[in-house]
Design a protein around this ligand. Structure first.
Ligand code: ZN
Length: 363
């Protein structure tokens, strides 16, 4: 098989894409199974708590794909590969596949069209997977609804993982996207795959909400909005602050404190899931949510979200704009016609590209 080359291709692409600004609505995601934000945060939490994750009676599947991907993933962790068992490798691949699933769903993240569609899943649940407001989560009450929706989503995902603990339901086959290879079938340990998705939502509560400096960023003071921000009917008073591309970038210095907290929360989640799945503490995940995903009420734009003007200033840098207006550049018309023409050319190229892809698919 050509998977040796595949892994090399993935590594090279990782380096290339690291230099390209992220186009995702969540902590930046890498292509293939690579290292940007969600992966980095998960990786930091992983070595602390997952290596001793209990997966009783798990028999790893035959086949090369997961094993080669695990080789690649382990290069990024400060562990001696010889000390890592096959079961631990399989858990790692399953977890990372889950962590990236909400942002890619088996598609290429270099395909802007797919990414927009995924992130504009109009259902409220589609937004809660990323700790964002649903379309009808308006005004102050919308903060509470979105926080509660995100908590329920995390509990649901952990519950789905638990449902797959039975030996005959542990292994499922999912699609992952690897550049140049397209969609590839990957077998994963289902409980860990769902835990990865829960971790994604939890991590997004650090990039898609404003948190309170007064309690060391444990509580949320405001939930951002993506679904209305990409449309043409966004009203900040009603819909909340627009999603901020700045806050999705875990390499920024002004996000470092929140990245650290996201690692702590993710570690807490992994330990809690381990305790719950082992039957030792059924409420462990709820405790983590009470520690990390609660709303401090009464914080509004008028009071700088309870004196969090520093976080507000970061959120204000590079907020998400209506999709069409940002492509056509209406609001940057003052910069001269050339920019607008360039953007229209990009749009046409995109449409052309989408058309070509659709035709190839129809063959
Ligand atoms: Zn996300």
């Amino acid at each position: 098989m050509r998977f040796g080359r595949l892994v090399t291709v993935v590594s090279v692409l990782a380096a290339v894409l690291a230099a390209v600004p992220g186009e995702s609505g969540a902590w930046t995601v890498g292509t293939g199974l690579t290292a940007p934000c969600h992966e980095r945060i998960t990786g930091s939490a992983y070595t602390e708590s997952v290596l001793d994750f209990a997966a009783p009676n798990l028999e790893v599947p035959a086949g090369d794909t997961w094993r080669l991907l695990s080789d690649y993933l382990l290069e990024q962790f400060p562990v001696d590969r010889d000390d890592v068992t096959d079961v631990q490798r399989f858990l790692l691949v399953s977890l990372m596949a889950g962590v990236r699933a909400p942002d890619t769903d088996g598609h290429s993240i270099t395909n802007l069209e797919n990414l927009r569609l995924l992130h504009s899943d109009p259902s409220a649940e589609g937004q809660y997977r990323h700790a964002l407001r649903g379309r009808h989560d308006d005004y102050d009450a919308g903060n509470a609804t979105a926080v509660e929706g995100t908590r329920q989503m995390i509990l649901t995902l952990v519950g789905q993982g638990e449902d797959h603990l039975r030996p005959d339901e542990q292994i499922i086959t999912i699609k992952v996207y690897l550049d140049f290879y397209g969609q590839v079938d990957l077998q994963v340990y289902a409980p860990m795959f769902y835990v990865g998705q829960a971790a994604h939502a939890l991590q997004d509560t650090f990039s898609h909400t404003l948190r309170d400096w007064a309690d060391d960023y444990r509580s949320i003071v405001h939930v951002l909005n993506y679904i209305d921000a990409i449309g043409t009917d966004m009203d900040e008073t009603r819909d909340g602050l627009a999603h901020s591309n700045t806050m999705d970038n875990c390499n920024r210095e002004d996000m470092a404190v929140l990245v650290d907290k996201a690692v702590l929360a993710t570690t807490d989640l992994f330990i809690a899931v381990r305790e719950r799945y082992a039957g030792r503490d059924p409420d462990a995940v709820l405790t983590v949510l009470d520690d990390w995903v609660t709303l401090r009420p009464g914080c509004t734009l008028a009071n700088d979200f309870c004196d969090n003007s520093e976080r507000l200033a970061v959120a204000r840098i590079d907020q998400t704009e209506p999709y069409l207006s940002s492509v056509f550049g209406c609001n940057s018309a003052g910069a001269g016609g050339a920019g607008g023409v360039g953007r229209i050319a990009i749009l046409l190229l995109l449409l052309l590209w989408v058309g070509v892809r659709a035709r190839i698919r129809n063959r």
